[in-house]
Design a protein around this ligand. Structure first.
Ligand SMILES: [Zn+2]
Length: 205
């Protein structure tokens, strides 16, 4: 069997991969079938991932085939192995255990508590800000509010979200008009912010 690695194939940057977690953990307790750790945030892993079963024929039994998995393991396997390859070659806990990089992950994860693993999964923009200006913290807060708690904005274009953020900036406590130059400087310092600068501070149209 050939090695079937996903986009993060180079090196074992487990902490970097954990920080890429996209979904939100559940609130249910359980034991991970892959690493064996107990967790308060057990997730259900589709052994035949839905994105794969949507595109090809799979039996109802395969589509409903689930494994209980902790959030870190779930995040890692989806980064290591593409969905189509999971469905084809790694559709059981036994098969996953034969994957050399899964083995390396399990060996690494064994030495850490679930609490520590979870602490590595907080997206960078939600981590406790360090050495950041109050303006940048405020910008981050605006970003988080718009990206995570405004469902109506999900799936909308960047410009739509930026214009929504412009509305937020005008109301955000402590961000008076006088702070605009500082906000612009923070945007210039961060490439991601710079791309939004024109939309957020551009013309009133
Ligand atoms: Zn696990």
């Amino acid at each position: 069997m050939t090695s079937s690695a996903g986009p993060s194939a180079s090196g074992n940057n487990w902490t970097g991969m954990l920080s890429m977690a996209k979904d939100t953990p559940s609130r249910h307790t359980g034991t991970c079938e892959l690493c064996g750790k107990d967790t308060d945030h057990i997730t259900k892993h589709h052994l035949y991932p839905r994105s794969a079963t949507r595109r090809a024929f799979f039996t109802p039994e395969q589509k409903d085939s689930l494994a209980a998995m902790c959030w870190p393991c779930h995040c890692i396997i989806h980064q290591l192995i593409l969905a189509d390859v999971l469905a084809r070659d790694f559709h059981s806990i036994e098969l996953l255990n034969t994957h050399s990089r899964i083995q390396a992950w399990l060996q690494w994860a064994e030495s850490w508590t679930m609490e520590h693993l979870h602490s590595l999964m907080v997206p960078p923009r939600l981590r406790q800000p360090q050495n950041q200006s109050p303006i940048q913290n405020a910008l981050d807060a605006i970003w988080v509010r718009n990206e995570n708690t405004f469902p109506r904005l999900e799936g909308k274009g960047k410009r739509t979200r930026a214009l929504a953020i412009r509305g937020q900036i005008r109301q955000f406590p402590g961000l008076a008009h006088a702070a605009k130059p500082d906000i612009e400087a923070a945007m210039r310092a961060n490439p991601e912010y710079r791309e939004w600068q024109q939309w957020v501070f551009g013309g009133e149209g």
